[in-house]
Design a protein around this ligand. Structure first.
Ligand code: ZN
Length: 203
């Protein structure tokens, strides 16, 4: 058997930060223990982690907490991840270049860069995307994570990759245009892929 693919540590460390901000330390300990990751409470991971650990923590979140609370924490973790990427991982000259281009072109360049680094959030799962519409007002984005490993062990009635949705939405809002992202299909609901659609919000 192959060892599991690895994912950037944000998918774990930002959940811990979101729990610090929105929940209690007792809940945080229970979730990390439930996922078999209590060692990360002492030493937060600094390097990529097995994707199975990310799935364990994110399913622990949804299995242990009321769904709305789990979603709120996952969303905050995604926003914190995007903020970290904007501050430390997406080169400033690239960000400056995007600002002077039309939104549809910005979207294509940004999603190309995201696709190049897809292992950091998708692990062994394949990431693909489409950008439709060249007119400023009509840009529409479709993103897909096939057989999303982060959904392993999580079952919900409606799409629940709030973490990924929030990462995409905050990055697109910061670097492309006001874009609302919805998850329209999800492996946690039995779909073969998590699918996200981004369209310009009314703002
Ligand atoms: Zn999903």
């Amino acid at each position: 058997m192959h060892p599991p693919a690895h994912i950037g540590p944000n998918a774990i460390t930002r959940v811990a930060e979101a729990l610090d901000a929105l929940s209690t330390s007792a809940v945080k300990v229970r979730l990390f223990e439930g996922a078999g990751l209590s060692r990360y409470l002492i030493n937060a991971p600094q390097a990529p982690v097995p994707e199975t650990e990310v799935a364990a923590l994110h399913s622990s979140l949804f299995n242990e907490l009321p769904e709305q609370e789990a979603r709120r924490i996952a969303r905050r973790a995604g926003e914190l991840t995007a903020s970290y990427l904007l501050a430390h991982r997406i080169p400033k000259p690239f960000q400056a270049l995007l600002r002077v281009l039309p939104p549809a072109l910005r979207a294509r360049l940004l999603l190309g860069a995201i696709a190049k680094h897809a292992w950091t959030f998708a692990g062994s799962s394949a990431f693909s995307y489409r950008v439709q519409g060249w007119q400023t007002r009509a840009v529409r984005i479709h993103m897909r994570i096939a057989h999303n490993s982060a959904c392993s062990g999580r079952r919900t009635d409606t799409p629940s990759c709030e973490y990924h949705r929030a990462v995409f939405e905050r990055l697109l809002n910061a670097l492309v245009a006001p874009i609302a992202v919805r998850e329209v299909a999800c492996c946690a609901c039995g779909a073969s892929a998590c699918e996200f659609v981004g369209a310009r919000s009314a703002a």
